[in-house]
Structures are given as C-alpha cells and as structure tokens.
Design a protein around this ligand. Structure first.
Ligand SMILES: N[C@@H](CCC(=O)N[C@@H](CS)C(=O)NCC(=O)O)C(=O)O
Length: 77
C-alpha cells in the first residue's frame, strides 16, 4: 500500500494523486500540516509530496511519477 503525504492545497501533490487515480493505483492520503511535518517528510527534505511504498520513501513529484511508472503500472502480458 502506498501512502501519499501531502498538503491540502498543493499542485505538485495533485499531480501525483491524479496520476495514481488515472492509473488505478491504490493509496492512502496523510494530510500534512506545514508546522507539523511527520518524520517521513522531514527526512526526505521537508517538501511534499512524499510517498511511502513498503517502507521506501520517495520525494519530489517527478521522481515519484517516474518511480510509479517503473513499479506500479500494469505491464502488458
Ligand atoms: N520539486 C518538488 C517541489 C515540491 C514543493 O515545493 N512542495 C511545496 C508545497 S506545494 C512544499 O512542500 N513546500 C515546503 C513548505 O511549504 O514547507 C516537487 O516537484 O515535488
């Protein structure tokens, strides 16, 4: 299960979330407050979006999309 750490208003986060919706990738959202960032966000540079996938943390929307493309898209048979 993927966890998406995001601010409520954040276009980079929207970009990642919309990509997962479009590709039917299942995820949970953790809404992050600017002054109460969890360790997952602080340890990856302090910006959102961040995803956690089976313990692996990835930040930066472009890197997240590249990771999702490589690891979470249905592959043709
Ligand atoms: N290059 C990053 C930029 C992400 C970014 O700047 N996110 C903003 C929110 S939209 C952020 O987390 N800023 C830190 C803060 O406001 O504390 C990405 O594409 O994910």
């Amino acid at each position: 299960m993927i966890i998406l750490y995001r601010f409520l208003h954040c276009s980079y986060c929207d970009y990642v979330q919309e990509f997962m919706d479009e590709h039917a990738i299942i995820y949970e959202v953790v809404l992050v407050l600017k002054d109460k960032k969890p360790q997952e966000v602080l340890s990856t540079g302090g910006t959102v979006p961040v995803i956690k996938d089976n313990g692996k943390l990835i930040s930066d929307s472009s890197k997240i999309i590249a990771y999702l493309r490589s690891n979470h898209l249905a592959k043709p048979a």
